[in-house]
Design a protein around this ligand. Structure first.
Ligand SMILES: Cc1ncc(COP(=O)(O)O)c(C=O)c1O
Length: 413
Protein backbone atom coordinates (compact mmCIF):
# COMPACT_ATOMS: atom_id res chain seq x y z
CA UNK A 1 0.00 0.00 0.00
CA UNK A 2 1.48 3.36 -1.01
CA UNK A 3 1.98 5.84 1.83
CA UNK A 4 0.14 9.12 1.59
CA UNK A 5 2.56 11.71 3.05
CA UNK A 6 -0.15 14.41 3.02
CA UNK A 7 -2.36 12.30 5.23
CA UNK A 8 0.59 11.33 7.43
CA UNK A 9 1.53 15.01 7.86
CA UNK A 10 -1.89 15.65 9.38
CA UNK A 11 -0.87 13.38 12.28
CA UNK A 12 2.04 15.71 13.15
CA UNK A 13 0.91 18.95 14.88
CA UNK A 14 4.18 20.74 14.07
CA UNK A 15 3.31 21.08 10.41
CA UNK A 16 0.18 23.12 11.19
CA UNK A 17 2.09 25.14 13.82
CA UNK A 18 5.05 26.05 11.63
CA UNK A 19 3.59 27.68 8.55
CA UNK A 20 5.76 30.79 7.98
CA UNK A 21 4.93 33.60 5.56
CA UNK A 22 2.31 31.33 4.03
CA UNK A 23 4.87 28.58 3.40
CA UNK A 24 4.45 25.11 4.80
CA UNK A 25 7.37 23.61 6.70
CA UNK A 26 9.57 21.42 4.51
CA UNK A 27 11.33 19.44 7.19
CA UNK A 28 14.40 17.74 5.76
CA UNK A 29 16.51 17.19 8.86
CA UNK A 30 15.21 13.76 9.74
CA UNK A 31 18.72 12.32 9.87
CA UNK A 32 19.27 14.54 12.94
CA UNK A 33 15.87 14.03 14.53
CA UNK A 34 12.29 13.44 13.41
CA UNK A 35 9.04 15.19 14.23
CA UNK A 36 6.52 13.59 16.58
CA UNK A 37 3.02 12.35 15.76
CA UNK A 38 0.10 13.21 18.03
CA UNK A 39 -0.05 9.65 19.41
CA UNK A 40 3.47 10.00 20.80
CA UNK A 41 2.87 13.46 22.26
CA UNK A 42 -0.42 12.27 23.79
CA UNK A 43 1.22 9.16 25.27
CA UNK A 44 3.71 11.29 27.26
CA UNK A 45 1.02 13.75 28.33
CA UNK A 46 -1.44 11.02 29.35
CA UNK A 47 1.19 9.15 31.31
CA UNK A 48 2.19 12.24 33.28
CA UNK A 49 -1.44 13.41 33.67
CA UNK A 50 -3.10 10.24 34.82
CA UNK A 51 -0.80 7.23 35.11
CA UNK A 52 2.52 8.48 36.47
CA UNK A 53 4.53 6.46 38.95
CA UNK A 54 7.97 4.89 39.19
CA UNK A 55 8.88 1.45 37.89
CA UNK A 56 10.06 -1.78 39.50
CA UNK A 57 9.99 -0.45 43.08
CA UNK A 58 6.58 0.54 44.30
CA UNK A 59 3.93 -1.97 45.31
CA UNK A 60 1.05 0.48 44.96
CA UNK A 61 -1.28 0.64 41.96
CA UNK A 62 0.35 3.51 40.07
CA UNK A 63 3.79 1.95 40.22
CA UNK A 64 2.47 -1.43 39.13
CA UNK A 65 0.72 0.26 36.18
CA UNK A 66 3.86 2.22 35.19
CA UNK A 67 5.93 -0.97 35.41
CA UNK A 68 3.43 -2.78 33.21
CA UNK A 69 3.53 -0.04 30.55
CA UNK A 70 7.33 0.20 30.68
CA UNK A 71 7.83 -3.56 30.32
CA UNK A 72 5.19 -3.75 27.59
CA UNK A 73 7.26 -1.15 25.69
CA UNK A 74 10.27 -3.44 26.00
CA UNK A 75 8.22 -6.21 24.41
CA UNK A 76 7.17 -3.89 21.59
CA UNK A 77 10.85 -3.12 20.88
CA UNK A 78 11.86 -6.79 21.14
CA UNK A 79 9.15 -7.71 18.66
CA UNK A 80 10.12 -4.82 16.33
CA UNK A 81 13.73 -6.04 16.00
CA UNK A 82 12.76 -9.72 16.32
CA UNK A 83 14.86 -10.36 19.43
CA UNK A 84 14.74 -13.92 20.73
CA UNK A 85 14.31 -12.73 24.31
CA UNK A 86 12.74 -9.54 25.67
CA UNK A 87 15.54 -9.27 28.23
CA UNK A 88 18.00 -8.72 25.36
CA UNK A 89 16.54 -5.20 25.00
CA UNK A 90 18.21 -2.57 27.20
CA UNK A 91 16.78 0.94 27.39
CA UNK A 92 19.47 3.62 27.25
CA UNK A 93 19.59 7.38 26.65
CA UNK A 94 20.23 6.99 22.92
CA UNK A 95 22.43 5.28 20.34
CA UNK A 96 25.49 7.10 21.70
CA UNK A 97 24.83 5.79 25.19
CA UNK A 98 24.22 2.28 23.83
CA UNK A 99 27.58 2.21 22.03
CA UNK A 100 29.42 3.59 25.07
CA UNK A 101 27.77 0.85 27.14
CA UNK A 102 29.23 -1.81 24.82
CA UNK A 103 32.68 -0.18 24.88
CA UNK A 104 32.71 0.03 28.69
CA UNK A 105 31.42 -3.49 29.31
CA UNK A 106 32.21 -5.85 26.44
CA UNK A 107 35.18 -3.71 25.36
CA UNK A 108 36.78 -3.48 28.79
CA UNK A 109 36.22 -7.18 29.48
CA UNK A 110 37.14 -8.74 26.15
CA UNK A 111 39.29 -6.32 24.13
CA UNK A 112 42.92 -5.82 25.13
CA UNK A 113 46.32 -4.70 23.93
CA UNK A 114 47.06 -5.85 20.38
CA UNK A 115 43.40 -6.72 19.66
CA UNK A 116 41.71 -4.98 16.76
CA UNK A 117 38.37 -3.25 16.26
CA UNK A 118 37.28 -2.80 12.66
CA UNK A 119 35.32 0.31 11.67
CA UNK A 120 34.36 1.88 8.37
CA UNK A 121 35.67 5.23 7.16
CA UNK A 122 32.21 6.68 7.45
CA UNK A 123 31.27 6.21 11.07
CA UNK A 124 29.50 8.86 13.12
CA UNK A 125 31.65 10.17 16.00
CA UNK A 126 29.35 8.17 18.31
CA UNK A 127 30.71 4.97 16.79
CA UNK A 128 34.31 6.18 16.73
CA UNK A 129 35.10 8.09 19.90
CA UNK A 130 34.04 5.31 22.33
CA UNK A 131 36.48 3.02 20.47
CA UNK A 132 39.22 5.67 20.41
CA UNK A 133 38.72 5.96 24.17
CA UNK A 134 38.93 2.17 24.51
CA UNK A 135 42.11 2.27 22.44
CA UNK A 136 43.55 4.78 24.93
CA UNK A 137 42.51 2.63 27.90
CA UNK A 138 43.65 -0.73 26.59
CA UNK A 139 46.11 -0.36 23.70
CA UNK A 140 43.69 -2.05 21.28
CA UNK A 141 44.01 -0.91 17.67
CA UNK A 142 41.37 0.62 15.40
CA UNK A 143 41.43 -0.58 11.80
CA UNK A 144 39.42 1.25 9.13
CA UNK A 145 37.91 -0.46 6.09
CA UNK A 146 38.32 1.57 2.91
CA UNK A 147 35.43 2.86 0.83
CA UNK A 148 34.97 2.11 -2.86
CA UNK A 149 35.09 5.06 -5.31
CA UNK A 150 31.27 5.24 -5.23
CA UNK A 151 31.28 5.38 -1.40
CA UNK A 152 30.31 1.87 -0.48
CA UNK A 153 32.13 -0.34 1.98
CA UNK A 154 34.96 -2.14 0.21
CA UNK A 155 34.14 -5.74 1.12
CA UNK A 156 37.42 -7.03 -0.30
CA UNK A 157 39.27 -4.70 2.05
CA UNK A 158 37.10 -5.87 4.96
CA UNK A 159 37.92 -9.50 4.14
CA UNK A 160 41.64 -8.71 4.07
CA UNK A 161 41.54 -6.88 7.42
CA UNK A 162 39.61 -9.51 9.39
CA UNK A 163 41.93 -11.77 11.36
CA UNK A 164 42.25 -13.62 14.65
CA UNK A 165 43.17 -10.25 16.20
CA UNK A 166 39.74 -8.83 15.31
CA UNK A 167 37.52 -8.79 18.38
CA UNK A 168 34.79 -6.50 17.11
CA UNK A 169 33.46 -5.03 13.89
CA UNK A 170 31.60 -1.83 14.82
CA UNK A 171 29.82 -0.61 11.75
CA UNK A 172 27.01 1.70 10.76
CA UNK A 173 23.93 0.23 9.13
CA UNK A 174 23.50 3.40 7.11
CA UNK A 175 25.87 6.35 6.86
CA UNK A 176 24.46 9.62 8.19
CA UNK A 177 26.53 11.52 5.60
CA UNK A 178 26.62 9.34 2.48
CA UNK A 179 23.34 7.46 2.80
CA UNK A 180 25.28 4.26 2.06
CA UNK A 181 23.63 1.11 3.41
CA UNK A 182 26.02 -1.62 4.47
CA UNK A 183 25.48 -5.31 3.84
CA UNK A 184 25.07 -6.25 7.50
CA UNK A 185 24.21 -9.91 6.77
CA UNK A 186 27.49 -10.40 4.95
CA UNK A 187 29.51 -8.39 7.49
CA UNK A 188 28.15 -10.55 10.34
CA UNK A 189 28.88 -13.73 8.44
CA UNK A 190 32.47 -12.72 7.65
CA UNK A 191 33.16 -11.42 11.17
CA UNK A 192 31.74 -14.52 12.82
CA UNK A 193 34.01 -16.71 10.63
CA UNK A 194 36.82 -15.00 12.55
CA UNK A 195 34.99 -15.28 15.90
CA UNK A 196 34.66 -11.50 16.01
CA UNK A 197 31.52 -9.85 17.37
CA UNK A 198 29.52 -7.28 15.37
CA UNK A 199 28.00 -4.07 16.66
CA UNK A 200 25.59 -2.40 14.27
CA UNK A 201 25.07 1.32 14.70
CA UNK A 202 21.46 1.33 13.59
CA UNK A 203 20.75 5.00 14.38
CA UNK A 204 20.07 5.81 10.72
CA UNK A 205 19.10 2.41 9.34
CA UNK A 206 16.51 1.15 11.84
CA UNK A 207 14.03 4.07 11.52
CA UNK A 208 13.79 3.60 7.77
CA UNK A 209 14.25 -0.12 7.18
CA UNK A 210 13.49 -1.81 10.49
CA UNK A 211 15.89 -4.54 11.55
CA UNK A 212 15.91 -8.26 12.27
CA UNK A 213 18.58 -9.13 14.81
CA UNK A 214 18.01 -12.87 14.41
CA UNK A 215 18.17 -12.89 10.61
CA UNK A 216 21.39 -10.86 10.59
CA UNK A 217 22.75 -12.60 13.71
CA UNK A 218 24.38 -9.35 14.86
CA UNK A 219 25.68 -9.30 18.43
CA UNK A 220 24.79 -5.71 19.32
CA UNK A 221 22.38 -3.21 17.78
CA UNK A 222 22.19 0.43 18.89
CA UNK A 223 19.51 2.94 17.89
CA UNK A 224 17.66 6.05 19.10
CA UNK A 225 13.98 6.72 19.64
CA UNK A 226 14.10 10.36 18.55
CA UNK A 227 15.14 9.50 14.98
CA UNK A 228 12.04 7.32 14.56
CA UNK A 229 9.20 9.59 15.73
CA UNK A 230 9.75 8.90 19.44
CA UNK A 231 10.92 11.19 22.28
CA UNK A 232 14.49 12.29 22.90
CA UNK A 233 16.49 10.74 25.74
CA UNK A 234 15.56 7.16 24.91
CA UNK A 235 17.64 4.62 23.05
CA UNK A 236 17.97 0.90 22.67
CA UNK A 237 20.78 -1.54 22.95
CA UNK A 238 20.02 -5.04 21.78
CA UNK A 239 22.65 -7.49 22.92
CA UNK A 240 22.76 -11.27 22.83
CA UNK A 241 21.89 -12.81 26.18
CA UNK A 242 25.12 -14.79 26.37
CA UNK A 243 27.16 -11.57 26.03
CA UNK A 244 25.00 -9.63 28.46
CA UNK A 245 25.51 -12.35 31.05
CA UNK A 246 29.30 -12.48 30.52
CA UNK A 247 30.20 -8.79 30.77
CA UNK A 248 30.32 -6.49 33.83
CA UNK A 249 27.62 -3.86 34.45
CA UNK A 250 27.92 -0.34 32.98
CA UNK A 251 26.70 2.22 35.52
CA UNK A 252 26.31 1.40 39.19
CA UNK A 253 23.26 2.38 41.23
CA UNK A 254 19.70 1.41 42.00
CA UNK A 255 17.94 -1.35 40.04
CA UNK A 256 21.12 -2.85 38.56
CA UNK A 257 21.94 -4.75 41.75
CA UNK A 258 20.59 -7.92 43.25
CA UNK A 259 22.10 -7.37 46.68
CA UNK A 260 24.45 -4.78 48.19
CA UNK A 261 26.69 -5.23 51.22
CA UNK A 262 29.06 -2.70 52.79
CA UNK A 263 31.91 -4.51 51.07
CA UNK A 264 30.45 -5.49 47.71
CA UNK A 265 27.43 -6.20 45.55
CA UNK A 266 25.91 -8.76 43.22
CA UNK A 267 24.36 -7.69 39.92
CA UNK A 268 20.76 -7.99 38.88
CA UNK A 269 19.72 -10.14 35.93
CA UNK A 270 19.27 -8.90 32.37
CA UNK A 271 18.04 -6.38 31.31
CA UNK A 272 18.06 -4.53 34.67
CA UNK A 273 21.79 -5.15 35.11
CA UNK A 274 22.35 -2.39 32.53
CA UNK A 275 19.58 -0.01 33.61
CA UNK A 276 20.91 1.74 36.71
CA UNK A 277 18.75 4.48 38.23
CA UNK A 278 15.25 5.68 37.39
CA UNK A 279 14.82 5.47 33.61
CA UNK A 280 12.98 7.79 31.23
CA UNK A 281 9.69 6.01 31.89
CA UNK A 282 7.41 8.37 29.98
CA UNK A 283 9.83 8.49 27.06
CA UNK A 284 10.03 4.71 26.81
CA UNK A 285 6.23 4.35 26.91
CA UNK A 286 5.81 7.00 24.20
CA UNK A 287 8.57 5.37 22.14
CA UNK A 288 6.48 2.20 21.99
CA UNK A 289 3.68 4.32 20.52
CA UNK A 290 6.08 5.60 17.84
CA UNK A 291 7.00 2.04 16.92
CA UNK A 292 3.33 1.06 16.78
CA UNK A 293 2.69 4.07 14.53
CA UNK A 294 5.48 2.98 12.16
CA UNK A 295 4.19 -0.60 12.21
CA UNK A 296 0.75 0.78 11.38
CA UNK A 297 2.20 2.44 8.28
CA UNK A 298 4.02 -0.82 7.50
CA UNK A 299 7.80 -1.07 7.28
CA UNK A 300 7.57 -2.44 3.73
CA UNK A 301 5.47 0.57 2.73
CA UNK A 302 7.98 2.93 4.34
CA UNK A 303 10.83 1.25 2.46
CA UNK A 304 8.93 1.52 -0.84
CA UNK A 305 8.07 5.18 -0.19
CA UNK A 306 11.66 6.11 0.62
CA UNK A 307 12.94 4.23 -2.39
CA UNK A 308 10.63 6.33 -4.56
CA UNK A 309 11.80 9.52 -2.85
CA UNK A 310 15.45 8.45 -3.27
CA UNK A 311 15.05 7.78 -6.99
CA UNK A 312 13.26 11.06 -7.52
CA UNK A 313 15.73 13.06 -5.44
CA UNK A 314 18.74 11.60 -7.23
CA UNK A 315 17.16 12.39 -10.58
CA UNK A 316 16.10 15.96 -9.69
CA UNK A 317 19.13 16.95 -7.63
CA UNK A 318 21.86 15.42 -9.76
CA UNK A 319 20.50 17.30 -12.77
CA UNK A 320 20.94 20.62 -10.96
CA UNK A 321 23.95 22.46 -12.31
CA UNK A 322 26.62 23.17 -9.70
CA UNK A 323 25.51 20.59 -7.13
CA UNK A 324 27.89 17.98 -5.75
CA UNK A 325 26.23 15.06 -3.98
CA UNK A 326 28.40 12.93 -1.70
CA UNK A 327 27.60 9.24 -1.58
CA UNK A 328 26.28 6.59 -3.98
CA UNK A 329 24.60 8.06 -7.07
CA UNK A 330 22.32 5.07 -7.63
CA UNK A 331 19.30 4.24 -5.46
CA UNK A 332 20.25 0.66 -4.60
CA UNK A 333 21.56 0.11 -1.07
CA UNK A 334 21.23 3.79 -0.24
CA UNK A 335 18.83 5.71 1.97
CA UNK A 336 16.86 8.92 1.35
CA UNK A 337 19.55 11.17 2.80
CA UNK A 338 21.65 13.46 0.63
CA UNK A 339 24.70 15.45 1.63
CA UNK A 340 25.64 18.08 -0.88
CA UNK A 341 27.41 21.31 -1.62
CA UNK A 342 26.00 23.81 -4.06
CA UNK A 343 28.22 25.93 -6.28
CA UNK A 344 30.77 27.67 -4.09
CA UNK A 345 28.21 28.71 -1.48
CA UNK A 346 29.08 27.66 2.06
CA UNK A 347 26.72 25.02 3.41
CA UNK A 348 25.76 27.28 6.34
CA UNK A 349 24.68 29.97 3.89
CA UNK A 350 22.74 27.39 1.88
CA UNK A 351 20.93 26.24 5.03
CA UNK A 352 20.23 29.84 6.13
CA UNK A 353 18.83 30.83 2.75
CA UNK A 354 16.68 27.70 2.55
CA UNK A 355 15.36 28.57 6.00
CA UNK A 356 13.82 31.75 4.54
CA UNK A 357 11.71 29.41 2.40
CA UNK A 358 10.81 27.41 5.56
CA UNK A 359 13.00 24.51 4.46
CA UNK A 360 14.98 22.88 7.28
CA UNK A 361 18.23 21.20 6.23
CA UNK A 362 21.30 20.42 8.31
CA UNK A 363 24.68 21.98 7.56
CA UNK A 364 28.04 21.19 9.10
CA UNK A 365 30.35 18.22 9.56
CA UNK A 366 27.53 15.90 10.71
CA UNK A 367 29.66 14.47 13.53
CA UNK A 368 31.89 12.81 10.95
CA UNK A 369 35.01 14.99 10.79
CA UNK A 370 37.39 12.27 9.50
CA UNK A 371 34.96 11.57 6.65
CA UNK A 372 34.77 15.29 5.80
CA UNK A 373 38.56 15.16 5.41
CA UNK A 374 38.27 12.15 3.10
CA UNK A 375 35.65 14.02 1.07
CA UNK A 376 37.95 17.05 0.93
CA UNK A 377 35.38 19.44 2.41
CA UNK A 378 34.83 21.21 5.72
CA UNK A 379 31.11 20.80 5.72
CA UNK A 380 28.11 19.86 3.61
CA UNK A 381 24.41 20.60 3.61
CA UNK A 382 22.20 17.56 4.12
CA UNK A 383 18.59 16.88 3.17
CA UNK A 384 17.17 13.77 4.81
CA UNK A 385 13.66 12.46 4.30
CA UNK A 386 11.06 10.44 6.21
CA UNK A 387 7.50 9.18 6.05
CA UNK A 388 5.84 12.61 5.89
CA UNK A 389 8.02 13.94 3.06
CA UNK A 390 6.78 13.97 -0.49
CA UNK A 391 8.32 14.30 -3.90
CA UNK A 392 6.99 17.84 -4.32
CA UNK A 393 9.28 18.90 -1.49
CA UNK A 394 12.26 17.83 -3.57
CA UNK A 395 11.06 20.21 -6.28
CA UNK A 396 10.70 22.97 -3.69
CA UNK A 397 14.24 22.26 -2.47
CA UNK A 398 15.58 22.29 -6.04
CA UNK A 399 13.89 25.58 -6.91
CA UNK A 400 14.98 27.21 -3.65
CA UNK A 401 18.58 26.11 -4.22
CA UNK A 402 18.48 27.84 -7.59
CA UNK A 403 17.49 31.05 -5.76
CA UNK A 404 20.50 30.85 -3.41
CA UNK A 405 22.97 32.57 -5.72
CA UNK A 406 20.59 35.42 -6.53
CA UNK A 407 19.76 35.81 -2.86
CA UNK A 408 23.43 36.04 -1.90
CA UNK A 409 24.16 38.62 -4.63
CA UNK A 410 21.34 40.80 -3.27
CA UNK A 411 22.54 40.29 0.29
CA UNK A 412 26.11 41.41 -0.48
CA UNK A 413 25.38 43.78 -3.30
C1 LIG B 1 24.94 7.03 12.32
C2 LIG B 1 24.67 7.63 13.66
N1 LIG B 1 25.11 7.01 14.75
C3 LIG B 1 24.89 7.48 15.99
C4 LIG B 1 24.22 8.66 16.17
C5 LIG B 1 24.02 9.18 17.57
O1 LIG B 1 22.67 9.16 17.91
P1 LIG B 1 22.20 9.90 19.25
O2 LIG B 1 22.67 11.30 19.16
O3 LIG B 1 20.71 9.78 19.21
O4 LIG B 1 22.80 9.16 20.39
C6 LIG B 1 23.76 9.37 15.06
C7 LIG B 1 23.08 10.67 15.23
O5 LIG B 1 23.03 11.48 14.36
C8 LIG B 1 23.98 8.83 13.77
O6 LIG B 1 23.56 9.46 12.68
Amino acid sequence: MALDPRQIKADFPIFAAQVRNGRELVYLDNGATTQKPRVVIDAERDFYSSEYGTVHRGIYHLSAMATGLYEAARETVADFVNARLTKEIIFTRGATDSINLVARTFGDRFIGKGDEIILSEFEHHSNMVPWLMLQERTGARLVYVRSTPDWRLDMTDLRSKLSSRTKLVAITGMSNVLGTINDIDMICQLAHEHSARVLVDGAQLVPHFGFDVRATDCDFLAFSSHKMLGPTGVGVLYLKEEIGAAVPPYLGGGDMIEYVRYDGFTTNELPYKFEAGTPNIAGVIAFAKAIEYLQGLGIENIIAHEREVTEYALDRLLSLEGIEIYGPKTPDKRGALFSFNYKDIHSHDVASILDFANIAVRAGHHCAQPLMQRLGVNSTARASFYVYNQKEEIDILRESLKQCERFLKHAVG
